[in-house]
Design a protein around this ligand. Sequence first.
Ligand SMILES: *Cc1c(COP(=O)(O)O)cnc(C)c1O
Length: 374
Amino acid sequence: MAIDYQSLAVRGVQALSPYQPGKPIEELARELGLNPAEIIKLASNENPLGPSEKALEAARQALSELCLYPDGNGFNLKQALSKRLNVGMDQITLGNGSNDVLEVITRCFADADSEVVFSQYAFAVYPLVTQAIDAKGVSVPAREWGHDLDAMAEAVTDRTRLVFVANPNNPTGTVHTAEAIESFLKKIPENVLVVLDEAYCEYLTGDQYPDGVELLDRFPNLIVCRTFSKAWGLAALRVGYSISSPAIADILNRVRQPFNVDTVALSAATAVLEDEEYLQRSRDVNTAGLRQLQDAFDRMGLSYIPSAGNFVAVEVGEQAMGVYQSLLAHGVIVRPIAGYGMPRHLRVSVGLPEENERFIEALAQALTASGLSD
Ligand SMILES: *Cc1c(COP(=O)(O)O)cnc(C)c1O
């Protein structure tokens, strides 16, 4: 009898379904015979500005070192982050994207006997990394699409090892104030780690929102995760990091791959931290683009979840997949989020003004075609 090799996989992995990324431009071009230059991708919350010139220049220079292993400690990048964030270098753990850090955290602090708490509609990676180690994921029903922080605190049991909080959250764009996050943290037992995922924190405007790093002194069970993939515009290079107590960082650094961030990525990320002008432009383009999209939805009578990120989830109704397909045919890639339990919504990332406009026009046509415009 032939062996079913899939049955040999460890239990958590057998039940795993892989992360569904946004459709790549090249793939759509192949499928529809379109010119890749005419396709716009507003599907993965990428920075529409293109990379920072400073990052590009540093990346080019790093190419001459391709035959050498990277600095496994990421000294220069950690030093730059440590200055910028006013934390010790020993509090930082670098990752191959913050996804890598989220996974390492889970493997370090939870196992098959643990419970891991996250919100309904929260970032897909939390249930995924939980499932991979066969821990029990506890998905807490959302409140108005956002995290119900009170219910999440109540969901903590003596088996809970980790709680994931995305602030702002992807794909809903919901955000909690500093006050709400602090009162939540006060309710979580000290031996339960809270992962505050701040992938979109650079886009926040207004001082009512928390800076996770400032909470670390008061909440030693806190781990803050951030990324270079969004506002810093380096998604392809895969660089993310966490900031925690030195004790937690020491554990994470034992388990991460020794060279998990490559030389080009380290150099570009270190350089982009000097490009304050780029960051400001990222924010400005995002603020204007969010307004452009949300105003258009208002005009079209579509409801959407007001977003604090660089994307918006808009409700297009039962035929969301049809609308998605129709947008693809117009060369516009957005993200269906039925996999998040939001089958009536599509998530669109903020693009440049002309990209947003093209999306809005294509959406209007798609809705007319599916008879949903009225
Ligand atoms: C995009 C995103 C990340 C970051 O992913 P990287 O692996 O750093 O590219 C983390 N958390 C959330 C909620 C995100 O949306």
